[in-house]
Design a protein. Structure first.
Length: 142
């Protein structure tokens, strides 16, 4: 079973970007932990970081995975394109946010992605990716 983790725009800046909001771990550290937990749970985890909306949609459409874990970052609140790509593939998706988007600015509280995701994990820092891997493994076990 394969899980694809997509990190959206600016997440390549983890560890440098607003550490009070996003923590001090780098994306490389997050990916290493995520892949290791996936292996423990019998999931092959591929992690990619993409800044462009079209790049993200194209990668989703490739659909060479069983479950999608996605942190669309700023596109959460603006991208019908990514929402529609997820809906089109007909595979389960878990939405992840490092910060609690519901406690932030008003414009960050609306997610187009949650409409097509099985669930949303928000506000647990980078541990949210680990929670998402566990959720993904559970979805595939059903």
């Amino acid at each position: 079973m394969k899980a694809l983790v997509i990190h959206g725009p600016n997440l390549n800046m983890l560890g440098k970007r607003e550490p009070d909001v996003y923590g001090s771990k780098t994306l490389e550290q997050v990916d290493k932990e995520t892949v290791a937990l996936g292996k423990e749970l019998g999931l092959d985890v591929e992690c990619v970081q993409l800044n462009g909306e079209g790049e993200i949609a194209t990668r989703i459409q490739k659909s060479d995975f069983d479950v999608l874990i996605i942190n669309p970052a700023a596109y959460t609140h603006t991208s019908i394109t990514i929402r529609d790509a997820i809906a089109a593939i007909g595979k389960p998706a878990v939405e992840v946010h490092i910060s609690n988007i519901h406690k932030r600015e008003e414009y960050r509280r609306r997610s187009f992605i949650s409409e097509v995701a099985v669930g949303q994990i928000s506000g647990f820092g980078t541990d949210g990716y680990l929670l998402a891997v566990r959720a993904a493994a559970g979805l595939l076990a059903k």
